[in-house]
Design a protein around this ligand. Structure first.
Ligand code: ZN
Length: 312
């Protein structure tokens, strides 16, 4: 047993002989892998408590991730999700543990403020620095009538009618997903706009851009594309070039209730089909892509909130 470098919980460190990697089983962060080299770098660097806790939360969401010297820097840059997002994460965790509607699940040992067993991982689920912060989130869930505590003690809670309703809303729009599907014209100049601007704008908002590979050779809409749209948090559709596939993919997402962000090169915007123009399209100019990138990030953040995805 040794202490986890992120959350300081006692954890099991196994060293699989095949590689220079530790397998760590932490009661709070879950299972992750870390190379010896990354572990040395980590021990030599000064991390704030918030940085450690953000990594712990991220590892809990990305089970069995392998930390190495190449991705360690990105992990250090992980941002704290908003308070509301963290409350949603905790509520979703309660739902995962709920075996039947009305089931009281273990949440907190309020009297001693000590976590035991399963609740240890709640701190990571909610990106909480300590049990006080977790308690604030619990109180918020209670005040917004999404959970209620057991009458006999405060150690268990159940999801209430308001909670189920909120969960329903969250799922409709794939709130768990960190993926932003990009529908666009597969033209060489546009691919450059994707690489340097669109994908970056999505990453800056905390989401993972998804572009179907090799689309330039195959404009078909296949099952894989449909499946990817279904599991996305949103679709960014750029209408420059007015490809039929882009209209189809945006319409399909819209029909599922998935948020769609509409963009188009300014000189091409007047060719937009009338029904699309009403959706507050972001127009852009090739000579001011920095501005386009910023607008993508701001629009995503203002409509669905900042995501917690970090490139690793
Ligand atoms: Zn840990």
């Amino acid at each position: 047993m040794d202490t986890c470098d992120f959350c300081a919980e006692l954890s099991n460190f196994y060293n699989p002989s095949r590689r220079d990697v530790y397998q760590v089983q932490c009661p709070r962060c879950g299972e992750y892998f870390i190379t010896r080299e990354a572990l040395v770098n980590l021990k030599n660097s000064t991390l704030s408590d918030r940085q450690r806790i953000n990594i712990s939360g991220w590892l809990n969401e990305n089970k069995q991730f392998e930390i190495n010297t190449n991705n360690l820097d990105n992990l250090l840059k992980i941002k704290t999700p908003s308070f509301h997002e963290r409350a949603d994460k905790i509520l979703l965790e309660f739902e995962r543990m709920t075996e039947y509607a009305g089931h009281f699940v273990q949440c907190f040992a309020e009297t001693s403020e000590v976590f035991y067993g399963k609740p240890k991982s709640y701190l990571s689920v909610g990106y909480c620095l300590n049990s006080h912060e977790f308690k604030e989130i619990l109180d918020f869930l209670k005040d917004t009538k999404r959970i209620s505590f057991s009458n006999t003690n405060n150690k268990t809670c159940k999801i209430t009618a308001g909670g189920w309703e909120h969960l329903e809303k969250l799922k409709k729009i794939n709130a768990d997903s960190q993926q932003g599907f990009v529908a666009m014209w597969f033209d060489t100049a546009m691919m450059e706009v994707y690489d340097k601007t669109i994908s970056k704008g999505i990453l800056d908002a905390g989401y993972k851009p998804h572009l179907v590979p090799d689309r330039e050779h195959n404009d078909k809409i296949d099952d894989e594309i449909i499946a990817q749209i279904r599991r996305s948090r949103f679709v960014l559709a750029d209408f420059t070039g007015h490809r039929g596939g882009v209209y189809y993919e945006a319409g399909f997402a819209k029909g599922l209730g998935i948020e769609v962000f509409w963009t188009c090169r300014k000189d091409d915007i007047n060719n937009l089909h009338f029904d699309i123009r009403q959706y507050n399209c972001i127009d852009w100019m090739p000579d001011n892509l920095a501005e386009f990138k910023k607008r993508i990030t701001l629009r995503i953040e203002s409509v669905i909130g900042r995501g917690s995805y970090q490139q690793a």
